[in-house]
Design a protein around this ligand. Structure first.
Ligand code: ZN
Length: 132
């Protein structure tokens, strides 16, 4: 299970709508399955079908997370027209077995939905995403 504060979810949804029609992405940091910080990242793919985080930006953010004594708990991105489920490309690009992969679907742009997954060795399993 992973826990996301409502105001952080609002921040993520706002970013996803702002980046539309391209996918938005970012990093989630916290501890004990509780997300405390959202880092909005640049999608260098600038694509409606994929995302790739800027490597320099990612290194800087991961360093900051460590310096704060937090952990990288998750990576999120949006799906602009499809369901909140990892694509074959998402699975291929899932390099971190210890993080949650959260996908925000903008299929209904007035009411974006989100789901969280673990992706380990190409195997997708959904986990509970608690927004509170
Ligand atoms: Zn995706």
């Amino acid at each position: 299970m992973i826990i996301l504060k409502k105001e952080l979810f609002v921040q993520i949804k706002t970013q996803c709508i702002k980046e539309f029609p391209n996918e938005a992405c970012g990093i989630l940091a916290g501890r004990d399955a509780r997300i405390e910080r959202v880092y909005e990242m640049t999608n260098v793919d600038k694509s409606p079908a994929s995302y790739f985080m800027d490597a320099k930006e990612q290194l800087r953010v991961m360093k900051e997370i460590r310096n704060l004594g937090l952990e990288m708990l998750g990576i999120y991105h949006s799906h602009v027209a499809s369901a909140a489920y990892p694509s074959a490309h998402d699975v291929e690009m899932a390099f971190y077995p210890d993080v949650s992969y959260i996908i925000i679907s903008l299929k209904n742009r007035n009411n974006p939905s989100a789901k969280s997954f673990r992706i380990i060795d190409g195997e997708i399993s959904e986990e509970e995403l608690k927004i509170e």
